[in-house]
Ligand binder design. Structure first.
Ligand code: C2E
Ligand code: MG
Ligand code: MG
Ligand code: MG
Length: 283
């Protein structure tokens, strides 16, 4: 009987795997055409000062408008970009598009000193030996405002080859690029790494923020991260803030900045332009 079950389980597993592999292959084919087909876009989610309510920057979030399937979430296609290596070209496109946007915001007079636009960097991009060189070469082509570009990396990216990661980050930091640790708390979260790495921002993962109102443990965790960030002189950003009650707790704990649907989801460039322009007028 156990054997029967075992065999069923294996067949089920195989079908499931085969199905998954074929779906990934189809998606990979579609992704090969997506860059040329101009099917990618960046959306921009405001990053907001908890004290003043002003927009202090934005995070660029990749969007894929599939010709027949519509809008596909990055969670579904970034893993395929990663395994296929397409992430290198797409990552370069994200960097150039973000630079274009920064140039545009400055030209419009909407971009104030100290504001930052962040882009997400995937492991495969970051670990490439030529990553820093390529980024610096690209930046030379765009007259972006000083210190306006930030890169979001996860702990997993940097932890495997810490020394190499530090060298890469330092080189880029010398040219005014700042680094944030994304999804903080979900990875290894070693405090000794935190002290070594040239990061200036901690982003508390939204999984900790989600239940902060009801879950005592999450509340303790979030308060600890905020306190630790402050003690280490890092800016702390809470992700995924959807409710006033969450906002209130985070503010009470001394969190500096937040992103989330409570203020705005990621929006198109033109919608963000409107937000920025209004923000500047009222300031
Ligand atoms: P992330 O960098 O942690 O980005 C935050 C995610 O949370 C975004 O999902 C954002 O839309 C979502 N979010 C923001 N506020 C809220 C909220 O209040 N509630 C909820 N439930 N969600 C919220 P998105 O855009 O689907 O991106 C998912 C992940 O894909 C990102 O997580 C990031 O790791 C990756 N990603 C996005 N754009 C890029 C990119 O250009 N390059 C790379 N390598 N990865 C990217
Ligand atoms: Mg991010
Ligand atoms: Mg995150
Ligand atoms: Mg995340």
């Amino acid at each position: 009987q156990v054997k029967e079950k075992g065999r069923d389980a294996i067949e089920f597993f195989n079908e499931d795997m085969a199905d998954k592999v074929s779906r990934q292959l189809v998606m990979e084919g579609d992704l090969h055409r997506a860059l040329e087909g101009k099917q990618f876009a960046l959306h921009y989610q405001p990053k907001v000062d908890m004290g003043t309510g002003t927009i202090v920057g934005a995070e660029a979030l990749l969007r894929w408008h599939h010709p027949t399937k519509g809008l596909i979430s990055p969670a579904d296609f970034i893993p395929v970009l990663e395994t296929s290596g397409l992430i290198l070209d797409v990552g370069q496109w994200v960097l150039e598009t973000a630079c274009d946007t920064l140039v545009h915001w400055q030209a419009q007079g909407w971009w104030k000193p100290g504001m930052r636009l962040s882009i997400n960097i995937s492991p495969r991009q970051f670990r490439r030996a030529a990553f820093a060189d390529d980024v610096l070469r690209t930046l030379k082509r765009y007259p972006i405002p000083e210190n306006s570009l930030e890169m979001e990396v996860t702990e997993g990216i940097v932890i495997q080859q810490v020394d190499e990661a530090i060298v890469t980050m330092r080189r880029l930091a010398e040219q005014g690029i700042s680094f944030s640790l994304d999804d903080f708390g979900t990875g290894y979260s070693s405090i000794s790494y935190l002290k070594q790495l040239p990061v200036t921002v901690l982003k508390i993962d939204q999984s900790f923020v989600r239940d902060i109102v009801d879950d005592h443990n999450d509340r303790v965790l979030v308060e600890t991260i905020i306190t630790m960030g402050r003690l280490l002189d890092l800016d702390v950003v809470a992700e995924g803030v959807e409710l006033e009650a969450q906002f209130d707790i985070l503010q009470r704990y001394g969190c500096h900045y937040y992103q989330g649907f409570y203020f705005s989801p990621g929006v198109t460039l033109s919608a963000f332009d409107t937000m920025l322009a209004e923000h500047t007028v009222s300031a």
